[in-house]
Design a protein around this ligand. Structure first.
Ligand code: TYD
Ligand code: MG
Length: 459
């Protein structure tokens, strides 16, 4: 029996301290340390995993670089184009992929649907620590999944899982979720940093030695008290984050890390009664419910990775009955909106100080780039003045404190998407004009340097 030792581990970032401390020196979270007991010695997979993980399947001897074949290993396609793209072109054999996201966002659903599209005859081992085999069966039926090549293992002991993997040698393993798995040697509870890391490291080794790809589901928690994907990011090959608002249908799958592809790619899905549906044309969907010629609605082009997307911004400005008017923002940084309102007031003389302002990004998306500033400012102005924005206009630009319109990255991609969707009047920052290719005659590209010019152009 190996000796055990006690250590205190920050549950949000995994920092280890020999004694309890109130505040983590690494990630600054408070009260995040939990006592964990680990067995000391070489059996600890984390120690092995750290050096063994990359080279396990290769020989232990150094190999000359020129002797290594550079053919891309055959990837396994999942049949879901949005997922394949996010993975960098399919599943890499022997890779370990972490699928993170809020509980209830659709991670298990996505994994089951992925199985449906695999090569016929591929065997999948689905390790479920959360749902019973019967629950999985009813979900599989709902998703139209064949039963013959789908094996369910309701187990939370990682050693049993590895044993099943060795015996069955499936083509794919899914572990749902990593927070329910435990190794008996480690005394801390399932879900703690030590357990989560240890189990992932063991799965990593198994994936590398057998060449079987492993998908690991990990819940993200706001409180960070259950060890989440953060502490696993450096162990796994790929981290996919599944994001979205539970109350909305749209979901975005984002590669937060990818050893086998770009991290710029995203996949867009919509949750329906019969599972997740791919959204190959997100712009069309996000604009589908737009009321043209209504005041307070503006269209902008954002960039998700390398993918431009058009979205609708809605603003509502009403007289406030409070001494401190309300500012409610959904889908954008509220402080940035406060800044934009101040710019409108100062630069254009719009009196918004006694008005409630509501901003909403249609479709439940969250935009985290300032290129939507211009669209937001104009949506507010449009509703405030009760004048509709030209329905063929798309507004792209970041706004500075002086009301100046600043350049945005990849303006050409955004403009091309706007043109593709039939927008004929595209407002862009003057500084982006240099890099613009020629556009068709009926399309107007309107370069602007200050927000004042925009008002005259689209309202
Ligand atoms: P789930 O995949 O269980 O989420 P996670 O594994 O991330 O916790 O899916 C959660 C939600 O999705 C659940 O509230 C029900 C809904 N859902 C549908 O709307 N349609 C479907 O076909 C399925 C399977 C689930
Ligand atoms: Mg689940």
């Amino acid at each position: 029996m190996a000796k055990t030792k006690t250590q205190f581990v920050c549950q949000s970032c995994g920092y280890i301290s020999p004694r309890w401390v109130g505040k983590c020196a690494e990630c600054n979270s408070w009260n995040s340390f939990v006592e964990e007991r680990v067995a000391a010695g070489p059996e600890n997979a984390r120690a092995l995993g750290a050096r063994g993980s990359e080279a396990k399947s290769e020989s232990r001897h150094p190999i000359r670089l020129s002797d290594i074949s550079n053919e891309d290993e055959a990837r396994i396609t999942t049949g879901i184009a949005e997922l394949d793209r996010t993975l960098g072109g399919g599943i890499m054999p022997g890779s370990i992929v972490l699928v993170g996201g809020d509980p209830g966002i659709g991670k298990s659903t996505l994994m089951m649907q992925m199985v449906r599209g695999l090569f016929p005859g591929s065997n999948t081992l689905y390790v479920s620590g959360e749902e019973s085999a019967r629950q999985l069966k009813s979900r599989a039926a709902r998703l139209g999944l064949g039963n013959d090549n789908f094996y369910v293992l309701a187990e939370t002991n990682i050693e049993e899982v590895l044993e099943a993997m060795r015996q069955m040698t499936p083509d794919l393993v899914i572990v749902d979720s990593i927070q329910t798995m435990y190794r008996s040697m480690i005394e801390s509870a399932p879900g703690s940093v030590s357990q989560v890391r240890e189990c992932t490291a063991l799965l990593m080794q198994a994936a590398k030695t057998t060449g079987i790809p492993v998908f690991v589901i990990g819940h993200v928690t706001k409180e960070g008290m259950i060890a989440g994907p953060k502490v696993l990011e450096h162990i796994v090959d790929t981290v996919l984050m599944f994001e979205g608002e539970r109350t909305h249908a749209y979901r975005i799958l984002r590669a937060a890390k990818n050893r086998y592809g770009s991290t710029n790619e995203i996949g867009v899905f919509s949750m329906t009664g019969s599972g997740l549906e791919e959204v190959p044309n997100p712009s069309e969907v996000f604009l589908s419910e737009r009321r043209k010629n209504a005041s307070g609605s503006a269209v902008t082009a954002i960039l998700e990775g390398t993918r431009p997307m058009l979205i609708e911004i809605q603003a509502l400005v009403t007289n406030s009955s409070y001494s401190a008017p309300q500012r409610t923002v959904t889908g954008y940084d509220a402080r940035r909106v406060a800044m934009l309102l101040a710019v409108l007031e100062k630069q254009l003389g719009s009196r918004l100080g006694h008005s409630d302002v509501f901003i909403n990004i249609a479709g439940g998306l969250f935009i985290d780039e300032p290129a939507a500033d211009l669209g937001i400012a104009l949506a507010v102005l449009s509703n405030h003045l009760d004048l509709a924005i030209d329905p063929a206009a798309c507004l792209i630009g970041e706004i500075g404190l002086g009301g100046e319109v600043r350049a945005v990255p990849q303006a050409e991609l955004r403009v091309a998407e706007a043109i593709r969707l039939g927008f004929q009047h595209i407002v862009i920052p003057r500084a982006n004009m240099k890099s613009m290719p020629k556009v068709a005659e009926k399309i107007t590209l309107r370069p602007v340097a200050h927000i004042e010019e925009v008002r005259a152009s689209v309202l």
